[in-house]
Structure formats: structure tokens, C-alpha cells
Write a new protein. Structure first.
Length: 202
């Protein structure tokens, strides 16, 4: 009689630059894409996993991408109290095959972004915007993702690039330094038309 060996789920934590956020990494693909839930309301239609995590009193926001979940905790709690309970909770949830993020979520976000980005830059700036997006995608996103977060281009106007920080990068004390010394410096060098990079308030 043949037995099929089930993949053992591994789950470990990684620090992020944000002391309030911790990255929980698994050896299983959870969601191909980016799902950022800052409130229970935003999760209700799209993610059973996020809804379940918001049921834990110490969870402030949930960010899911590829094989990891970044949890941002409420400031009143310390990680040494809640890290293991969250880890156990996630391990049980994933092992039991719980739904993570609905398939249509990426489509929903794309439609939202298309609507939001209308008129976010002038026609004459299309080439500049293309270069900015290329730099963010190829050089900034991979580094930010390693820290349990994400960055999205929002707009360009008269030399000012506006981006949105997600996951561990949202509200992180060091994200301002990263934004100014890292991302702004890179974009100014590679796209001379850029004079400043600012983060959109979430």
C-alpha cells in the first residue's frame, strides 16, 4: 500500500526594521501577490486568515505576500509574550488548509489602483514615470520585501514622487530614513527629474 508523504510545514520568524512588526515565514506558498489589511473591515470580504488574526487582541495589522505573513502588533504588547501563540495559531491554521486570501483579491486591488492612478501624472511625464516604476520594481521592492513589507508607486508631479509603504514598512520609525537616504537617493541618481520622494499617509 502506497503512502503519500505530506510536506511538513515549517514556520519561522524574521525580524523587520519595524520593532512593532514581525515576519512569519513558511515553506509553503500562501498567496501569490500582496494583501495588506490594516483593519478588520478591510479584511472582511477578502481574507479568512486576516479575519482570524484580527480576532487575536494584540494584532493591529496583517500583511500577506508569497510565503510569509507580517504581523504588526499593538504597542501595549511585547513580542516575547505573543510570538509563540501567533506562530502556533498560524501553523495550525495553515496545516488545516484554511483559506488565506480570496483569488479575486489581486483583481480587486488592480481595479482600485487603476481608478486611483487616473490623473496621477501628466501625459508628458509618461516616460519619467515608466523609469521610476522600473527602478522601484527592480531595485527597491526586493529589498523592502526581505524586510516584510512593500512599496508602491502612487503619483508623480513636478519632480515629487509619492509612494505607499505597506506591511512592516508602514509606520516603521526607520522607514523615513530608508525613504530619504535610500529610495530618494537612488531615484535622484537614476532619474534626474526626481527632486523628492514622499510617503502617502495610509
Amino acid at each position: 500500500m502506497e503512502t503519500t508523504s505530506k510536506q511538513v510545514l515549517l514556520l519561522y520568524t524574521e525580524q523587520t526594521p519595524n520593532p512593532e512588526s514581525l515576519k512569519f515565514v513558511s515553506n509553503k506558498m500562501l498567496f501569490r501577490g500582496i494583501a495588506d489589511f490594516k483593519t478588520l473591515e478591510s479584511a472582511k470580504e477578502w481574507s479568512e486568515l486576516a479575519i482570524a488574526l484580527f480576532g487575536l487582541e494584540y494584532v493591529q495589522s496583517v500583511y500577506i505576500s508569497n510565503n510569509f505573513v507580517t504581523i504588526t502588533k499593538k504597542p501595549d504588547y511585547s513580542w516575547h509574550e505573543i510570538m509563540l501563540p501567533i506562530k502556533d495559531f498560524l501553523k495550525n491554521y495553515i496545516e488545516q488548509g484554511g483559506s488565506v486570501v480570496h483569488e479575486k483579491y489581486s483583481e480587486h486591488i488592480e481595479q482600485q489602483e487603476l481608478a486611483a492612478n487616473e490623473g496621477k501624472y501628466d501625459e508628458k511625464d509618461i516616460e519619467i514615470v515608466r523609469r521610476i516604476k522600473e527602478m522601484i520594481t527592480n531595485y527597491v521592492k526586493p529589498a523592502v520585501e526581505m524586510d516584510g513589507g512593500n512599496i508602491e508607486f502612487k503619483s508623480y508631479h513636478q519632480g515629487v514622487v509619492t509612494v505607499m509603504m505597506q506591511g512592516s514598512c508602514s509606520g516603521c520609525p526607520s522607514s523615513t530614513v530608508t525613504l530619504k537616504s535610500g529610495i530618494e537617493g537612488l531615484l535622484k541618481r537614476m532619474v534626474p527629474e526626481v527632486t523628492e520622494v514622499v510617503a502617502e499617509a495610509c
